[in-house]
Design a protein around this ligand. Structure first.
Ligand SMILES: NC(=O)c1ccc[n+]([C@@H]2O[C@H](COP(=O)([O-])OP(=O)(O)OC[C@H]3O[C@@H](n4cnc5c(N)ncnc54)[C@H](OP(=O)(O)O)[C@@H]3O)[C@@H](O)[C@H]2O)c1
Length: 283
C-alpha cells in the first residue's frame, strides 16, 4: 500500500490518477474530504487531517510500504517533512519518495530550494530507501495567467529574461507514479525538465503559435510583484517566492535532462502541446 500526501494538488493529483490507472492500492492524507470525492470513488482510502498532526500520520502510514511526500512551500515545510520522515521510519515504511525541486542543491541560497535540500539530506541520512523527484518550473503555473492571456493576449511575471526547462505536471506525475510502483529507483535523484530551455518571451511565442494570435510576455518588476502579492501570500512565503523568481530571472537553467524519457519511454510534453490541451482556458 502507498500513502500519498498532496493528492488534491497539481502533482499529487496527477500522481494519484496515474497510480489508480496502474491499479495500486492507495491511502491519501486529505484536509478536506469533499475535495477528494474522485479519489474516494476510485477506491482510495482517505485519512483526513493536517500534515503537522503526528497521530493522523501514524494512522495513515501504518501498514504502508511506500510513501509520497509533497508539501506546498511555506515556513513549516521543512519541519513538517522532517517529522514525516521520522514517522516513516517509526512505522516501518520501506521507501520514501520526496517531491523536491531542480534548484535544490547543496549550495542553494534561496529559502525554498534550501529547505528542499535540507529535507533531502535528512531523508538520505534516515536509513529509509528514498527517491528524490526534482522537477523544473511547472507549465501549469502559467494557468494563473490564463485570464490575462485569454482577454489581453499577454502575461506578466517577474522572471525577466530568465530561462526554464518547464515541465508538464502530467509528466511529473508519471515519474512519481513510476518510482512509487517499480523497483530500481532507490537512492536516485531525478531532475525532470520538459523538452526545451526557453525564456518567457519564447513561452509567449509558443502561445502565439498555438492560439494563432500574438501573445506577449511583459517582464514585471519584482517590487511590483511583491506589492501585488502582499496579503495574498504569508510574509515568509512571499519573500521566498520573490527570491526564487529572482534566481530564475538572474540564473535560470541552461540544459534539459533526458530523465523523463529514460524513465517513461516517450518524449516529455511540449509547451505547444500543453497550450493545445488547454485551449478553452487560454483562447
Ligand atoms: N511550481 C513549480 O514550478 C515547482 C517546481 C518544482 C518543485 N515544486 C515543488 O512542488 C511542491 C508543490 O506541488 P504542487 O504545486 O503540486 O502543490 P499544490 O498544487 O499547491 O498542492 C498542495 C497539496 O498539499 C496539500 N496540503 C497543503 N497544506 C497541507 C497541510 N497542512 N496538511 C496536509 N496537506 C496539505 C494540499 O491540500 P488542499 O487541497 O487541502 O489544499 C494539496 O493537496 C512544492 O514543494 C514545490 O517546491 C514546484
Amino acid at each position: 500500500m502507498i500513502f500519498l500526501t498532496g493528492a488534491t494538488g497539481k502533482i499529487g493529483g496527477e500522481t494519484a490518477r496515474q497510480l489508480i490507472e496502474k491499479g495500486a492500492s492507495l491511502r491519501a492524507l486529505v484536509r478536506d474530504e469533499s475535495k477528494a470525492a474522485d479519489l474516494k470513488a476510485a477506491g482510495v482510502e482517505l485519512v483526513v487531517g493536517d500534515i503537522a498532526d503526528a497521530e493522523t500520520l501514524r494512522t495513515g502510514l501504518s501498514g504502508a510500504q511506500r510513501a509520497f511526500l509533497l508539501l506546498p512551500n511555506g515556513e513549516h515545510q521543512e519541519a513538517n517533512e522532517k517529522q514525516f520522515t521520522d514517522l516513516c521510519r517509526e512505522l516501518g515504511v520501506k521507501h520514501l519518495v520526496k517531491m523536491s525541486s531542480m534548484e535544490a542543491v547543496a549550495h542553494a541560497e534561496t529559502p525554498i530550494p534550501r529547505a528542499h535540500w535540507a529535507v533531502e539530506e535528512y531523508i538520505r541520512g534516515s536509513g529509509l530507501d528514498w527517491t528524490m523527484v526534482k522537477p523544473n518550473f511547472f507549465m501549469q503555473n502559467l494557468m494563473a495567467s490564463a485570464a490575462l492571456i485569454k482577454e489581453k493576449r499577454m502575461f506578466s511575471l517577474p522572471m525577466g529574461d530568465g530561462t526554464t526547462g518547464m515541465a508538464d505536471a502530467r509528466d511529473i506525475g508519471a515519474v512519481c507514479a513510476e518510482v512509487l510502483t517499480a523497483d530500481g529507483h532507490a537512492g536516485q535523484s531525478y531532475e525532470i525538465t520538459g523538452p526545451e530551455v526557453i525564456t518567457f518571451h519564447e513561452a509567449a511565442q509558443r502561445f502565439s503559435e498555438v492560439l494563432g494570435e500574438p501573445v506577449k510576455y511583459v517582464p514585471m518588476p519584482m517590487d511590483k510583484f511583491r506589492e501585488r502579492m502582499t496579503g495574498v501570500l504569508q510574509p515568509w512565503h512571499l519573500n521566498a517566492v520573490c527570491e526564487l523568481f529572482r534566481e530564475i530571472a538572474e540564473i535560470g537553467i541552461d540544459h534539459t535532462t533526458d530523465t523523463f524519457k529514460r524513465l517513461i519511454g516517450r518524449d516529455p510534453i511540449s509547451l505547444r502541446q500543453f497550450v493545445g490541451d488547454h485551449l478553452a482556458l487560454f483562447k
